[in-house]
Ligand binder design. Structure first.
Ligand code: CDP
Length: 227
């Protein structure tokens, strides 16, 4: 199969990582969750009380951050300075601060550099907000996912519940909508659909149905593939 970069962008909790993980499994491609990287930076900033308005403090903190992924039995885990923080970064207190951290150009520059390096010389599926527009503008396939906000909230509440976190439905919904607002209106690489991205609304689709749709698009790109 030819080398391929697949970019998946879209709103909060609309199933990007579910799709990316499933695609990675079928195609045997690496999968990178860029949201986990912004969450890792946010966790570091919260732990060290970094003042987001102080550029020097932000830059010093970034110089002390090392982020990488390791494959574990339960999937890819993100590591911050050697610590597995996969569980911690999904908690609500991180979700409540991450979009304020992700507006910072210094943060974005460092993450984008890392993400582009990960896509050198190999096939990759990457999900986030600016993958098709900024990180890999020449990606072979760009998907822009969307879904009804109430469905997205239900899915996220269920996901948190399965991890033992009981969070109020309205609190989760407000967080998703607020992140979408900040992510879409920031000046540096706002969340938007790339002109050549394919829009998929998965409100009425099961994870398998959305996977099949994207596999059909991949098969068009790589004529040798049969699923
Ligand atoms: O899983 P969920 O869709 O809720 O969020 P995520 O993908 O973990 O991303 C968390 C936050 O990181 C987003 O709300 C954005 O503020 C930021 N982000 C970003 O700015 N650019 C990316 N490429 C990925 C995430």
């Amino acid at each position: 199969m030819k080398r391929m970069i697949i970019a998946i962008d879209g709103y909060s909790a609309c199933g990007k990582s579910t799709l990316a993980k499933a695609l990675g499994k079928v195609l045997h491609f690496a999968y990178i969750d860029t949201g986990a990287m912004y969450r890792a930076v946010t966790l570091y900033f919260l732990r060290h009380s970094v003042d987001l308005n102080d550029v020097k403090q932000v830059q010093n903190a970034l110089a002390n951050i090392e982020i990488h992924f390791e494959r574990q039995k339960t999937g890819n885990h993100v590591f911050l300075n050697g610590e597995d923080i996969e569980t911690e970064i999904r908690k609500m207190y991180v979700s409540e601060s991450v979009s304020q951290v992700a507006v910072l150009s210094d943060v974005r520059r460092q993450m984008v550099r890392l993400q582009q390096a990960m896509g050198q010389r190999r096939s990759l599926i990457m999900d986030g907000r600016d993958i098709g527009t900024v990180v890999f503008p020449k990606a072979d396939l760009k998907i822009f996912l969307t879904a009804d906000p109430t469905i997205r909230t239900k899915r996220r509440v269920d996901e948190l519940k399965s991890k033992g976190q009981i969070i109020d439905f309205e609190a989760v919904k407000q967080n998703l909508l607020e992140r979408d607002r900040i992510d879409s209106t920031r000046s540096d690489s706002p969340l938007r659909q790339a002109e050549d991205a394919i829009l998929i609304d998965n409100t009425q689709l099961t994870p398998d149905e959305q996977l099949q749709k994207v596999l059909e698009l991949v098969a068009v790109l790589d004529k040798q593939l049969v699923f």
